[in-house]
Design a protein around this ligand. Structure first.
Ligand code: HEC
Ligand code: HEC
Ligand code: HEC
Length: 484
């Protein structure tokens, strides 16, 4: 979520919400009255509006789109899986669904005529409460019908196109989380939202060898293609142990924490479609719960922000004088094109026009400040290097994008910029990213032959097939017995 659009939406909320104004709440803390949710209308019943809130809190739109027409590609190691139309269209959507059909799809990954792939997060929705599913069902009936199939259809290679295999997978991996003992009522609410609605673990929990959740490493961070979803357990050195509950609330509400963290890429989408709209009490419940989960230390440690080493915000520097900045940057560009490989010139010439001379971005455009961000303070430079290599597609249609630099810069230059950013804007005492690191990160990507890369997975699939066969046989036996 972009700071400006968040601020704008907060502003709209502040203006339209008489309740919030009456409470005199500040913008970040303003409790979100139902009327300000884009998909909630006073013309609808309370049940429908409750369903609309559940749709937000379970982030259905991140994948099915704000108009529920589907077509979003979810990248998996087996290929792209496209979300489907879930408007009440009888032909292309879920117009023929009964409430029970929806319940089966959400909790068991079972559509009326086929098994779903777990790209639809049913391993998490498995624990969704009946009353929330009823409300969601009532709400989805009121969504405008779109009689159109998504442009692209899922077409996975054999053997993954045998959807019945999911029976075996589900047997191993559903539900994806367990209820924790000893939580107070608020934390229990937080647990429900995190695990069964927002499905935070889909991104933040690493996968086991069958691609289910690695429950022992719950919320301790995972690689998602080119993005790294960090450790969000309360570990001090590698997680978010240093964050207060209010920090967590602010981050989920606005998509940023000043000089500390920013919600880009997939997290930006989660904030844009979902968490920014949650009620205060629900964000508090999430924060309280995240403080109560077991702290897990991973090897990707995080240096604390050393504020004294960060550039000052509005300074004698020329960051905020755009004209002067333009000249300054033009000079760096000339130096680089004349062969200079000084880290500073490289940064200024390549990144400075958007992120500013001092890393504070452009205050008015939506170019994010990068000073102090957790993604540039980690022991592993992977997150930062991936961002430079692959760029960032903004989380909403109107967000600016960051271009990919893998074609434009060589590994040496990328390493050099990464070190410059980590030391000067991350406040690290030193940084030793090398061209070899960049090469490693760039080649951990997608270009290995399918069979080599997924041989392990295919072997496991053999096991899954075996389990599926066993389940079929056991079922047949039970059915036979019943008949007798
Ligand atoms: C992370 C992405 C993601 C999220 C979040 C998500 N879905 Fe899905 N959903 C999918 C994908 C992908 C499919 C198609 C799966 C397949 O082809 O097997 C799907 C399929 C479905 C189906 C089956 C449609 C059919 O073909 O009959 C229903 C119903 C559905 N989703 C409802 C929902 C609802 C309601 C929510 C929110 C509570 C939701 N989904 C959230 C990705 C998602
Ligand atoms: C679609 C994947 C996805 C989902 C769902 C998701 N996250 Fe994230 N999250 C990420 C990624 C990727 C980042 C890193 C963002 C960046 O560096 O710009 C992140 C960053 C964060 C951070 C910042 C951590 C740091 O050290 O900077 C917090 C806190 C967080 N997520 C909490 C949550 C919570 C709570 C939920 C559920 C309500 C959630 N996330 C759901 C992918 C996701
Ligand atoms: C054309 C403008 C542009 C240029 C040039 C650019 N960026 Fe960005 N950058 C962006 C935008 C826009 C975002 C925020 C994207 C989003 O909303 O997720 C961003 C985000 C980032 C982030 C935050 C990632 C996170 O979510 O934690 C970092 C770090 C970053 N850029 C570093 C760089 C570096 C280093 C360079 C130079 C190699 C660079 N950028 C060049 C526009 C740019």
């Amino acid at each position: 979520m972009k700071p400006l659009s968040v601020m704008l939406s907060m502003l709209v909320i502040g203006i339209t919400s008489s309740a919030a104004m009456a409470e005199g709440a500040d913008l970040v803390n303003a409790s979100l009255p139902n009327a300000s949710l884009p998909n909630i209308s006073p013309a609808n019943s309370e049940l429908v509006n409750r369903g609309a809130y559940i749709a937000r809190a379970a982030d259905c739109m991140a994948c099915h789109g704000e108009s529920y027409t589907g077509g979003t590609a979810i990248e998996t190691p087996m290929g792209e899986i496209y979300s489907t139309n879930i408007t009440p269209s009888k032909r292309y959507g879920i117009g023929k669904y009964t409430e029970n059909d929806l319940k089966n799809a959400l909790q068991k990954g079972r559509a009326p005529n086929h098994m779903l792939y777990p790209a639809m997060p049913y391993p998490s929705y498995n624990g969704m409460k009946e009353e929330d599913i009823s409300a969601l069902f009532a709400y989805l009936q009121t969504v405008p019908v779109v009689d159109e199939a998504p442009k692209q259809k899922t077409d996975l290679p054999f053997p993954f196109n045998i959807r019945a295999l999911m029976l075996g997978w589900n047997f191993l991996n559903v539900p994806s989380t367990e209820k924790r003992d000893g939580l107070n009522e608020t934390q229990q609410r937080g647990e429900y939202i995190v695990n069964n609605l927002e499905h935070c673990g889909t991104c933040h929990t690493p996968r086991n060898s069958t691609m289910g959740f690695d429950k022992k490493m719950y919320l301790s961070g995972a690689q998602l293609g080119n993005w790294h979803a960090p450790n969000i357990t309360p570990d001090e050195s590698s997680g978010i142990g240093s964050w207060s509950e209010q920090d967590i609330i602010t981050y989920l509400r606005t998509g940023e924490l000043d000089q500390r963290a920013y919600a880009g890429g997939p997290m930006g989408e989660a904030v844009a479609h979902s968490t920014q709209y949650l009620k205060n009490e629900d964000l508090s419940a999430i924060a309280s719960y995240l403080k109560a989960v077991p702290a897990i230390q991973t090897d990707d440690k995080l240096s604390a922000v050393d504020v004294s080493r960060l550039p000052t915000r509005v300074s004698e520097s020329i960051t905020h004088d755009l004209l002067a900045q333009k000249d300054y940057l033009a000079q760096a560009k000339t130096e680089v094109s004349n062969g200079s490989n000084s880290p500073k010139s490289l940064y200024l010439a390549t990144c400075g026009s958007c992120h500013g001379v001092d890393g504070y971005g452009q205050p008015d455009a939506q170019y994010s400040p990068i000073v102090g961000l957790s993604s540039i303070r980690r022991d592993k430079p992977d997150a930062l290097v991936n961002i430079i290599l692959h760029g960032v597609v903004g989380s909403t249609n109107t967000s600016p994008i960051m271009p990919a630099f893998s074609d434009q810069l060589d590994n040496e230059q990328i390493a050099s910029i990464a070190n410059y950013v980590r030391v000067n804007f991350g406040g690290l005492a030193s940084s030793a990213v090398s061209a070899a690191d960049v090469d490693r990160i760039a080649t951990t990507g997608a270009d290995k032959p399918f069979l080599i890369k997924y041989a392990g997975l295919l072997a496991i699939l053999g096991i899954i097939v075996a389990i599926a066969v066993i389940i079929f046989i056991v079922r047949a036996i039970i059915r036979n017995r019943r008949r007798r």
